[in-house]
Design a protein around this ligand. Sequence first.
Ligand code: GDG
Length: 452
Amino acid sequence: MKASEGAWVGWTGVPDDDSEPFEHDGISIVPVALSHDDVELYYEGFSNDTLWPLYHDVIAPPTYHRDWWESYLAVNQRFADAAAAVASHGATVWVQDYQLQLVPKMLRQLRPDLVIGFFNHIPFPAYGIFSQLPWRTQIIEGLLGADVIGFQRVADAGNFSRAVRRLLGHTSKGTNIDVPIDDEAEVQGNPARAKVSRRGIRVRTVVARAFPISIDAASFEDLARSPEIQARAREIRHDLGDPDVVLLGVDRLDYTKGIGHRLKAYGELLEDGNLSAEDTSLIQVASPSRERVKTYMMLRDEIELTVGRINGDFSTISHAAISYLHQGFPREEMVALYLAADVMLVTALRDGMNLVAKEYVASRFDNDGVLVLSEFAGAADELKAALLVNPHDIEGLKEAILKAIAMPRHERSRRMRSMRRRVIEFDVARWSKSFLDALAAQTLAQSAADAA
Ligand code: GDG
């Protein structure tokens, strides 16, 4: 952002905050205000209680309310207006995530000169699920306002392209979708974009493909290499009573993360006598999330009941079966936890990517530790040397946990090295560069097609 003199357009996170634009750390920040009602209807409602469960394969039932949709429309328009007001001629605007899917089209109508990208951080569901959405066509049309639409997985991009074909009948070839242009202003605003399709109509090409997101891997490794953090990792194990095995889960307290499935598997292993709280400890960080949404309140009750039962049944005075932390921690503490853990459990039922999996790998410069990873997290496409699991298969999950605990050092090291190569090479800088390069290439290709 600094290098490109960009502006960051976003909500401050505080309702009814109408702060003026300001500079921070060399970046121009442009706040967009949300009222208390907007937060309730647009953010907690449509974004987190309609789109979130729908896009995560309806693990929880999505709620459809017309006034939430109206609010989603209004807030998306506010963001489009704010971006249109600050973008210079021909600028690149990169819209982030499912809360803003209508912005690309709204922005293109306001500013046909702009180059527009969109990245979806969560999955894009199969058509059979997506088609439940009463506003499915508007969402697809909103996204198609972009030049490049990025997804976490190849499967997500495929689901999107299928939805476009089913709902709008546009033709597509590979990752390119031909979108008819029916607005003369759009052609005038950027004549280079329009071309004539094989069907003889004026179209522009939209690219929809996977750009798996990543982390700043080097910064995690740097923290992990610091002597203070290593000392803290030892201290954590000591404070747990120096168990033989430390298992770790780190998630926002969200029903997509499969925390309940993980606890069920762990509880059964204790019950079967395959594990004992004397020599095994599970740390579960469940950072508070969306606490005003009802499904999240219910989830918290359910998880805390399960933790209480397992601890009640299996803890001893000196050793807790589960150290459950409903708190957020500084990043230094997270890295110390990653270093302290023999086995990292990522058992999401559906997850766009899951950065925790990558953070664990990036932190383990010692090439030790085992990652148990759900095949339903996007990270599974890249971290193939993890122990991949189907979290719905509790027996399979239990076997994977035991296998992780028993894994010989040379195998742990081989798997971790392979995963580390991937995470270090494909870091977040590479992710953003590849997206922005694709966006630039897309506009260049269109100019070239026009010139020819
Ligand atoms: C969405 C998609 C996709 C969590 N607790 C603490 C803390 N965290 C940090 C983790 C990690 C991040 O939050 C969570 O990222 P995830 O990727 O695991 O999951 P979502 O929040 O659901 O993110 C997801 C992501 O967007 C990016 O595209 O991967 O699929 O759902 O970085 O470390 N960090 C600190 N203290 C905590 O207590 N410092």
